[in-house]
Ligand binder design. Structure first.
Ligand SMILES: [Zn+2]
Ligand SMILES: [Zn+2]
Length: 204
């Protein structure tokens, strides 16, 4: 890109693509994007005293054109279009960094979701099979290899001193797993006590 002649929009789009490629993640938060690229942004048109506002405006333009999508109302964007992002698959290091940087409660969910068929995850699936443990739930689906998709969940979270032991493990469909972590307190407690009851009777 010829910096001299580039428009603010070209400049911001290229910066977004670089940023997403570097992190191998399409989704970014406006504030982080700004903070991580501030030096470059301020150097683009040094005479402009309000570069951050300018960047935000360009992100809106890019969004109107469909190059970006708004994920939430707090400034989270995701980059669209396969053609403009190389290295589509998240590499493992980026994933590990992503997991490490999450707060403890969120981190646990991410680990449980990404860890497959090793150690405690294997143990839980061997013990409980591949059907969601919530009563009456038939909400699992088959993967390409024919096996059923299921997620392993710690009934008492590890960050609250739960253990990787069979009596603290459960298997849930993706929907119930998300609920177990992110629903309101009352719902989460109901799920927890239901799972404890099932796991306890299974481990007698
Ligand atoms: Zn979980
Ligand atoms: Zn379920």
């Amino acid at each position: 890109m010829n910096i001299e002649n580039a428009t603010w929009k070209d400049f911001v789009l290229e910066l977004v693509v670089d940023y997403c490629t570097k992190r191998t993640m399409r989704t970014f938060h406006y504030k982080d994007f700004l903070k991580d690229n501030l030096t470059t942004i301020e150097a683009f048109r040094p005479a402009n005293r309000n570069a951050p506002a300018k960047v935000r405006q360009q992100l809106q333009f890019l969004r109107n054109e469909g190059r970006l999508t708004f994920v939430d109302n707090r400034g989270t964007y995701t980059l669209r279009g396969r053609d403009i992002l190389e290295g589509e698959l998240p590499n493992e290091n980026a994933l590990i960094e992503h997991i490490k940087s999450a707060p403890p409660d969120k981190r646990e969910y991410l680990v449980e979701t990404y860890v497959r068929d090793v150690g405690w995850a294997k143990l839980a699936k061997e013990k409980y099979g591949h059907n969601c443990m919530m009563d009456g739930c038939g909400n699992t689906f088959r993967k390409n290899d024919g096996s059923r998709y299921i997620e392993v969940h710690h009934i008492v979270p590890l960050h609250k001193n739960g253990e990787d032991a069979i009596w603290n493990l459960s298997v849930l469909c993706a929907h119930h797993h998300k609920m177990a972590h992110y629903a309101d307190n009352r719902t989460r407690l109901l799920i927890q006590s239901e799972l404890l009851r099932i796991a306890e009777s299974a481990c007698e």
